[in-house]
Design a protein. Structure first.
Lengths: 269, 156
């Protein structure tokens, strides 16, 4: 058995059900890897996605500890309701209307040479009604040209995307797209990232992969070095003797020169 | 010790982000043992020679090795450090493959290996894009609540 094939067999049934904390820790790990590799390869997209994943992981762990989030299981069950979580309509929702296919519609959608009766047309025939009577007062939806079914408005948004022919949800999904969707939620009404939220993320991921911490450390080092130099220079002011005027001697010496004692030395750190 | 400077730098970045260092080190050590085991290695090398896309093949092979480790641990291996350890092992494997003349690893290849590794691994233990959408959507909603946001900012 090829090594690569082992994973599928072994991981089957392995679920991150230990708790949402594990999920967010894992997302944080994804952020760590992505941002780290992005920083090395200079890939801005990876760096951004990594930073956002780091933010999601860090804040998610905090939120989970606060009990603000549902259990992983609950989320898993409703996991495909992406659009409702995002607070926006899923693509294609507006195109969906109640679907009661007429016999004629189904007939026209079927192969022209195929005369087999469909379920709805059979039903219409049995009732002795015309297809038009059945659908009276109901808007006829456009017949899908993509071979995918239309769905009711109450259906899963994922299905709606399928119905709309925007089937990217199934063929083009990746964890990075999920993170990008989350990143989009952090944008304000002008489409820019909310700086407050991003600053939280920066604090969570700061010091891992970007050079922020290193820059801070370097700054403090250079500042300390500069202060040390100033202190050293101040303390190094050479002592000098003051000439004593013997007729108006104000110094505590009768010698010709008074060498004052240095005071005000700046203490070393 | 990695030879490729790019991979070496990436390894340093990955290790800097490790929280559970003990688990990470143990998984990496166990992984290297499995990876360089004669039987596993022969299988990996064979797969690589026949591969149209060696980078992807290496990433998949690494996930396979993690699967073996996960099985050996009787499915008790902690997943977050495992993801990081797997990446460290992947860098190791990429470096080895380059030294063996099987593939040339540059920035594009490293990006590709990384994204493939993560995209392929996570759904295997249930963290599918759909599930992530759900979790992150819920989290995003929480973060838009000003009271909770204030707590998040204060909770760091």
């Amino acid at each position: 058995m090829p090594v690569a094939a082992v994973a599928g067999a072994v991981f089957a049934g392995a679920e991150l059900v230990a708790g949402g904390l594990t999920v967010f820790q894992t997302i944080a790990a994804v952020g760590a890897i992505t941002a780290g590799v992005g920083a090395v390869t200079g890939d801005q997209d990876l760096m951004k996605i990594g930073g956002i994943a780091g933010l999601a992981g860090g804040v998610g762990m905090f939120a989970q500890n606060q009990g603000w989030l549902n259990s992983t299981q609950a989320v898993a069950e409703s996991g495909s309701n992406t659009a409702s979580f995002l607070g926006e309509a899923a693509p294609g929702v507006e195109q969906v209307s109640p679907t009661v296919d007429t016999g004629a519609a189904i007939q026209s959608a079927s192969d022209a040479g195929n005369t087999a009766m469909t379920g709805d047309s059979l039903l219409a025939a049995d009732l002795g009604e015309t297809a038009g009577n059945i659908t009276q007062g109901i808007t006829q939806p456009a017949i899908p040209t993509n071979g995918l079914i239309n769905t009711s408005p109450n259906a899963n948004p994922m299905d709606m995307r399928l119905a709309a022919g925007t089937a990217g949800a199934t063929k083009d999904t990746s964890i990075f797209q999920s993170i990008q969707k989350f990143a989009d939620m952090l944008k304000d009404k002008d489409g820019k990232y909310d700086k407050n939220l991003l600053s939280i993320g920066a604090n969570f991921v700061g010091g891992f992969f970007d050079d922020k911490k290193k820059a801070e450390t370097d700054y403090y080092k250079s500042r300390t070095a500069s202060e040390d130099a100033q202190r050293s220079n101040a303390n190094a002011v050479p002592s000098f003797g003051l000439k004593v005027n013997t007729s108006k001697n104000i110094f505590p010496t009768s010698a010709g020169t008074y060498n004052p004692t240095r005071v005000g030395l700046i203490n070393a750190r | 010790m990695l030879k490729n400077p790019l991979l070496k730098e990436a390894q340093a970045k990955i290790e800097a982000g490790v929280q559970d260092r003990d688990a990470f080190s143990r998984i990496v050590q166990a992984g290297q043992k499995v990876m360089y085991d004669q039987a596993t290695f022969a299988e990996l090398a064979k797969g690589l020679k026949d591969a149209k896309d060696p980078v992807t093949e290496i990433a998949e092979g690494m996930i396979g090795i993690l699967g073996i480790l996960y099985k050996q641990s009787r499915k008790t291996m902690p997943i977050p450090p495992m993801v990081l350890a797997g990446m460290a092992l992947l860098l190791d494997a990429l470096d080895f493959a380059e030294r063996a003349g099987l593939v040339k690893i540059g920035k594009a290849e490293l990006n590709k290996a990384t994204t493939h590794y993560l995209n392929s691994l996570l759904p295997k233990f249930g963290l599918t894009p759909e599930k992530m959408d759900g979790m992150l959507g819920q989290l995003g909603g929480t973060m838009k609540d000003p009271a909770k946001l204030a707590q998040i900012q204060g909770g760091q």
